[in-house]
Design a protein around this ligand. Sequence first.
Ligand SMILES: [Zn+2]
Length: 306
Amino acid sequence: MFSKGVALNLSIAELKQRYRTRDRVIHAMAGKGTIRAAVVVSTATAREAQRRHQLEAVGAVLLARALSAASMMASFLKGEERVIVEAKGQGFIRTVYAEALQTGEVRGFVEYNPSVNGQTTPLGKGILQVRKILYNKAEPITGIVALSTGNITTDLAHYFWQSEQIPTGVRLDVTLDSTKEIECSAGILVQALPGADARELRYIYDFLSEIDSLCELVKAGYNAEEITRQTLPGDVEIFSSTPVDFFCRCSKERFKALLLSVGEEEIVRMRDAGQNELVCQYCGERYYLEANDFEELLNQLRSARN
Ligand SMILES: [Zn+2]
């Protein structure tokens, strides 16, 4: 009566557990439309990012925070609109980059600073830049603030106030396990829109300052929607609940299309030098060009010239 499938090997309890532990971002409103919030649990995404880029603890934590932030900000957008959160500094970390689509795809990376030796400050002096790529705008909307702490959390709250003039409470919590790998990553953004009630904001502020970390709630078994309902006062309206995954749209074909722009001479040089490895900066995926790939690229360039 049942066809054999992978899903049948899992019990209902396991399926429920799997559903609960799937990363998810919630976009919600409270206070009759005066309080806008997003909550994300991004543990699997942050863990995947750490694994793909083989990050040490500090880089993994900062990237986890940026991935949470971008996912939450993207939840306020539509369809394929996207947000890029990028911190650039002069410490031992040079770049923390996270990009998220409203659809729940998120990717990102960390760049270390090769010229800095013995520097213990991760980002140090620098900037936080937020770019939104929206359907009805020809150019990305860009906001830049100076890094105030370099922990991403405070910097993001600062960005919302400075650049968008929206009072915003931000928590981006991450815990590591004993092997310095991401154990939990979760975040919340709460924004006071015009007409927001001071008492309701106080309630949210008190709640968020009482808990040490959102990861306490995650470890206690709360999912993103439950954290949302627990945090926001009164009637909570859930606008969207979107699964979040580390996902990059790169492919060997896309890389080959990009390579066409470097020209025939350079492609011949790469082929002859045996440089056939292409690494995606965003997701760490590696692609290898075979002899026939080089041939195809050169044929394309030569036929375009004729
Ligand atoms: Zn990629």
